[in-house]
Design a protein around this ligand. Structure first.
Ligand code: TXA
Ligand code: MG
Length: 351
């Protein structure tokens, strides 16, 4: 199959033609990659079981891992979910359209293929004009996981999508580099106390302004896995992972720089291609031949936006071993470290 990459956002008329073409592919049961404000999504008709099966196959993702259903107006929420609590409408009022996904009881309309067999459904109303336009043009809610092959870093540009999906899907809508760069915040509203399942751009503190106290799934910060698998975590916890072995080094700045320099020169001596991921503030202090700057600690949005790009670059460089600093920044640190810990397969050196 030939994969076309078509630009979105340059000319309104051409955008409309592109969305109509993409909408037709979706209605006919095909898949289209689309930009959202978080990461690129791999979209199919959420109400068509065979579209969801195609998504799992294209991603190489186990079919018991449920998909997020994307809508483009508030009313559609009632088609997708039932027993919607007041607090869901409050969250929707405040954060939709935007990078928030809610877990609710699913309606009979949504096939089990889309929800991985669960009786709950993840729903999101994205703000990106291409995503909203595609939902409208197809006339369907869209099931859309991140457009990466399963296990790889999520896609923040159309060329990342092409790397993973070339020859597998007919069309990629190219909206340039995404704005946020980390997937949406996921909050489960089916239990008495709402629970954060995945941190994102909307942080716990902001959610608590609407919801009151919420609980945080212990796996979010890597805690359950750390105690269960302290040194050699299983592959089942590894996501977003570069091909090389990634290790997080955390502690006081001086010690981190010293330790990464010692570790990386040891690996280089062993003949391993070694790389370092560092903040702008410390990057020049590393002696390693390959150092990639992820952004400034004073602009955490930049670190979030660059994270998956930098992880993919590690593969382009052919790095065997990668050391990274910790990026525990005030607002997005929880979301950034949630991805980085998984990318590292929970390999962390604490100083
Ligand atoms: O920002 C995003 O959310 C992006 C863009 C494309 O919208 N999508 C995304 O989808 O990140 P995906 O499939 O890569 O991640 C969805 C996560 C998975 O970890 C899945 O297990 C969880 O949401 N999920 C989906 N439905 C669920 C449900 N009913 N209960 C619990 N978790 C659910
Ligand atoms: Mg994903």
């Amino acid at each position: 199959m030939q994969t076309d990459v078509v630009l979105f956002g340059a000319a309104p008329k051409e955008d409309e033609a592109l969305l109509q073409k993409a909408g037709k592919i979706i209605r006919e049961g095909g898949l289209v990659a689309m930009p959202t404000e978080t990461v690129y999504g791999l979209a199919g008709d959420a109400l068509n079981p065979s579209s969801s099966e195609k998504i799992y196959a294209a991603k190489g993702r186990p079919s018991d891992n449920p998909l997020i259903v994307h809508i483009a107006d508030m009313d559609s929420l009632q088609d997708i979910a039932v027993d919607i609590p007041d607090r869901a409408w409050k969250l929707a009022d405040r954060f939709w359209p935007g990078p928030l996904t809610m877990i609710l009881r699913k309606s009979a309309l949504v096939p089990g293929e889309t929800t991985g067999g669960l009786d709950t459904v993840a729903v999101r109303f994205p703000s990106h004009p291409a995503a909203r336009g595609l939902i409208k043009a197809s006339g369907r809610p869209l099931a859309a996981p991140s457009a990466n092959r399963s296990g790889r870093p999520s896609c923040t540009t159309a060329s990342h999508v092409l790397e993973d999906m070339n020859g597998i899907i007919p069309l990629i809508i190219d909206g340039g580099t995404v704005g946020i760069g980390l997937e949406s915040t996921i909050v489960d509203l089916t239990s008495d106390v709402p629970m954060l399942l995945r941190p994102g751009f909307i942080d716990v503190h902001t959610l608590e302004e609407i919801l009151g106290r919420i609980s945080v799934d212990p796996s979010v910060n890597g805690l359950t896995d750390k105690s269960a698998h302290p040194k050699a975590p299983g592959m089942k916890y590894k996501h977003y992972a570069p091909k090389g072995e990634l290790c997080i080094v955390k502690g006081p700045e001086e010690k981190v720089v010293e330790a990464i320099n010692a570790l990386s020169s040891e690996k280089e001596r062993e003949g391993k291609k070694t790389a370092v991921i560092a903040a702008e503030e410390t990057a020049s202090r590393y002696q390693c031949a390959l150092v990639r700057t992820i952004g400034s600690r004073s602009r955490e949005e930049e670190i979030a936006r660059n994270l998956f790009q930098v992880l993919r670059e590690m593969d382009d460089l052919g790095a065997d071993v990668i050391y990274t600093e910790e990026f525990d920044t005030p607002h997005l640190g929880m979301a950034i470290m949630n991805r980085l810990i998984r990318a590292a397969g929970h390999r962390i050196i604490r100083l």
